[in-house]
Ligand binder design. Sequence first.
Ligand code: TYM
Length: 325
Amino acid sequence: MDVAFSGIQPTGDIHLGNYLGALRNWVRLQDSYDAVYCIVDLHALTIPYDPATFAAERLEAAKAVIAAGIDPDRSLLYYQSDVPAHAELGWLLGTMTSLGSLNRMTQFKDKSDQAGEFLGLYAYPVLMAADILLYRANAVPVGEDQTQHLELTRDLADRFNQRYEPIFPLPEAIIPERGARVMSLKDPTSKMSKSDPSETSRILMLDPPDVIVKKLGRAVTDSGTDIRYDWDEKPGISNLLEMLALFTDRSVEALVAEYDGTQYGAFKRTVADAVVAGLEPVRAKYADLDDAEVSQILARNAARGRDRAAPFQDEVMRAMGLRHQ
Ligand code: TYM
């Protein structure tokens, strides 16, 4: 069976971009892939964080991922730092990564403006490559903003295969046709993001219904009543159309035909109702989860992850001349 791997950072609450761009595909791939999913806590250390609340944030992230539909027994869901092979392989791949390739990473530029220039942030994409290559993953469900990191991962896999032994498949990004780049409700020309200081710029996956209605009611559109799918002229409306399409399972074209001419206030309410209804099962599942039980599952999966990663990591070390004969 082919392997799917992906990760999510336990910083800030999971928003609609994470859900529509990545998590829905994580859930879908569980059926056809051997799926491994990580709460990437080591990646989260690359921007300022509070160690006093971090353990609780990791658990929240794990609960949210399970609530979104990940079955932690069928898929292997664990905290990245519980399996040291991630960091070890990150180091090994770092020895083959040129500074030129890291200098091209746009996320470093964006994030270092806020967090400062640190080695961990610079090497973030190398650790991400290690996550993916550790399990020889074939498919990586992510949002569009990770495309560049996936390209680096493929380059590193290819370089390793040529320099040492051909052991890594070249992983493919699985990016949804719609929802790959959910935009901010306040500025629909920039992506919805955990780091945006404005809380009304994003809908959280676990926001209560009245909050979702309020945030969408205030979403930036423009004046007028034409509802068109046009990212240049109507980015706010296009963003809402994609959300509605994803939560109603209908095509954007059919929605445009139905809603063109509707007042924006009424249209936003329609979108809000669909988002509330679509997230209801996630909220219900989350309410049912028990903290202690989820912690136990994650601890058990850490051991499964270590067992599974060990022979893979051994193969890499042997190929690099790092094992006794
Ligand atoms: P993170 O936690 O920042 O984001 C998790 C996932 O959400 C997607 N995403 C979006 N999709 C659509 N629209 C948006 N506005 C939006 N914002 C975020 C991201 O593309 C991502 O898929 N670097 C990864 C974490 C990671 C990882 C990995 C992923 C570490 N190792 C190995 C895949 C494989 C990240 O950005 O997480």
